[in-house]
Ligand binder design. Sequence first.
Ligand code: IMP
Ligand code: MG
Length: 180
Amino acid sequence: MDADVARTLFHASTIQARLDEMAQDLTVDYENTELTVIAILNGSMMFVADLLRRLPLRLQVACLSVASYHGATESTGVVEFLQIALPDVKGRRVLLMDDILDSGRTLAAIREKILRECDPAEVRVCVLLSKRKTRAEEVKADYVGFEIENEFVVGYGLDYREKYRNLPYIGVLKPELISG
Ligand code: IMP
Ligand code: MG
């Protein structure tokens, strides 16, 4: 797998050190509140698992699966919810956690649906990565691990065609491996 990576962006230890910092911010911001973390699967699996165990908070966790249809590396804009039931977050503070903020479509669609249908106290967004680019949907990320340039990355939960999620670090795939 390593041979498919052109360049490492964030080593495993760099990611873990940043998670320590993010956990400190979240612990202060959500102390003594009714927090529900909603993990957007599959991409956020590593991020959520590593970050949540750093939070000494009485939080609840729910998971949401969506398919945001992709060409090779760009989302096409259709966000399909793969489950009907949304978690009961009425009156609670909600933190949406995702791997990466790219076009913004996925998080915008989920945020709108939860605000419209679930009557939460608030919805915030926490992503490991945020791409520097003009987004199709303007989504404010309240917590960001790292800002990156507009290039396709894999590892630590992020996939290319469902591969590379289990890389312990984040890297840029060799361009010749990205097709159509
Ligand atoms: P959106 O374009 O902001 O809606 O992002 C949708 C989803 O596309 C993200 O949750 C990721 O799963 C995936 N994605 C976007 N950019 C990348 C990338 O650079 N590598 C891997 N997956 C990505
Ligand atoms: Mg993906």
